[in-house]
Write a protein that binds this ligand. Structure first.
Ligand code: HEM
Length: 415
């Protein structure tokens, strides 16, 4: 057994600078010196090499997703009651399921969320993106492209998918923020109360929507999901449906925002690429794959070891929790030549693990790619020469899983 370098695990401080802004040199050291190492502060084993991450992703029996999201333990009785009354259960369908439970739900979701249904959304996504870009450019020559654009489009798409009024987007966004807080360990009591109230309100909202569509089906994604059946299987229950919607909204929002804003940042930090894409918009899809590889919006995901096992030469006990660092695997030189270089022509960019791999491969990947492509194509067409505003910082929100600029000040000349 190779002894893991404990000191490197100790140095894992992703929620503060310098790692918060630039984690990649640290990942390179991990891959080189301690590819599977324990980070005591988070009680997590960091897995940083592409091959080891793949081994885990391909083996859901030894590496379970059951414990992927951990709700707070020891909630005060009144908050517990509030949660239970809302219909909340600590189940996170798909993300937190292993086969065979996972297989059934994934099959049903696949029926509603297939390529054809996503493509059918393209025209509506394009209209929504145009409205936001028009509003952004009207009379302005500089703006924050995160709050002004990258946030709004994925939220429109979610409300479209759910078939709820667009005005509900602001409430839903707040509930997502509350639910993110819910998973932060050791919250102060007022923060915890706010988080629980948000989670409970969101569950009530989702449940009401499911019940409404069960009684009054429409031509929308949710009604298709409700109607979906697999041969010999029972349909999804109301509780399973509202928990599943919660996962879809939670998993599909900030991730897409971060892909859009990171793509803009990567392009504007590399002079000449904007013009290159303007001349050849057909290169946008591969550019997005390279963004997903180069600066992955989902930094990593958890797994739990189900039996004593070896990974990368390190012995892991049953119950060990792993953080699979996709963002590091995507910079692994054994798979990606000159991995630290942002190259929109990279031939194997789409081998990235930015959407995971195998059983839990992102169910929303076609939608996320479509949203980002549409918005990027539109901006490239409309903005001849955007630039990052000199002297403005690009802050990142401290988060173990998500990564993306929180503000991106950009200026441009009018066309
Ligand atoms: C799974 C990333 C957009 C819904 C995943 C996983 C990753 C990921 C890495 C694998 C998790 C694991 O292995 O445990 C991303 C990124 C996105 C994005 C980077 C945007 C750029 C979306 C969207 C939706 C969505 C738009 C839904 C509308 C899901 C769901 C799963 C998942 C439900 C779990 C799938 C399963 O367990 O079978 N995503 N995602 N994601 N994603 Fe996404």
């Amino acid at each position: 057994m190779t002894a893991p370098s404990v000191s490197l695990g100790l140095d894992y401080k992703p929620l503060e600078p310098p790692l918060l802004d630039e984690p990649f040199p640290f990942y390179a050291r991990l891959r080189q010196e301690a590819p599977v190492t324990f980070a005591p502060h988070f009680h997590l084993w960091l897995v940083s090499r592409y091959a080891d991450v793949m081994t885990v992703l391909k083996d859901p029996r030894r590496f379970s997703s059951r414990d992927i999201l951990r709700p707070p333990v020891d909630l005060p009785a009144d908050l517990l009651q509030l949660l239970e009354a809302s219909g909340y259960t600590p189940d996170y369908p798909l993300l937190g399921d292993d086969p065979p439970a996972h297989t059934r739900i994934r099959g049903l979701v696949g029926k509603a969320f297939n390529m054809a249904s996503v493509n059918a959304l393209e025209a509506r996504i394009r209209t929504a993106a145009r409205t936001h870009v028009d509003a952004l450019l009207r009379g302005a020559t500089r703006a924050d492209l995160v709050s002004g654009l990258a946030w709004s489009l994925p939220m429109d798409v979610i409300t479209e998918l759910l078939g709820v009024p667009r005005e509900d987007g602001a409430r839903i966004r707040q509930w997502i923020e509350d639910e993110k807080l819910f998973f932060v360990p050791h919250l102060p009591p007022d923060g915890l109360r706010r988080a629980v109230e948000g989670v409970a309100a969101f569950r009530r909202y989702l449940r009401a929507m499911v019940e409404d569509r069960q009684q009054h089906p429409r031509e929308d994604f949710l009604s298709t999901l409700i109607a979906a059946r697999l041969e010999g299987e029972r349909p999804l229950s109301t509780l399973e449906l509202s928990n599943l919607l919660n996962v879809l909204v939670f998993a599909g929002n900030e991730t897409s925002t971060n892909l859009i804003s990171t793509a803009l940042l990567c392009l504007l930090r590399h002079p000449g690429l904007w013009q290159e894409l303007r001349a050849n918009p057909a290169a946008v899809p591969n550019t997005l794959e390279e963004v997903l590889r180069f600066d992955s919006p989902v930094v990593g995901m958890m797994r739990t070891v189900t039996e004593p096992t070896q990974l990368g030469g390190v012995e892991l006990p049953a119950g060990a929790r792993l953080l699979l660092l996709f963002a590091s695997a995507n910079r692994d030189e054994s798979v990606f030549e000159q991995a630290a270089r942002f190259d929109i022509r990279r031939a194997n960019a789409n081998r990235h693990l930015g959407f995971g791999h195998g059983t839990h491969y992102c169910v929303g990947a076609p939608l996320a790619r479509l949203e980002a492509r549409v918005v990027l194509e539109l901006l490239i067409e409309r903005l001849p020469n955007p630039r990052l505003v000199a002297g403005e910082s690009v802050p990142y929100l401290p988060n173990l899983i998500h990564r993306g600029p929180q503000r991106l000040m950009v200026e441009w000349d009018t066309a």
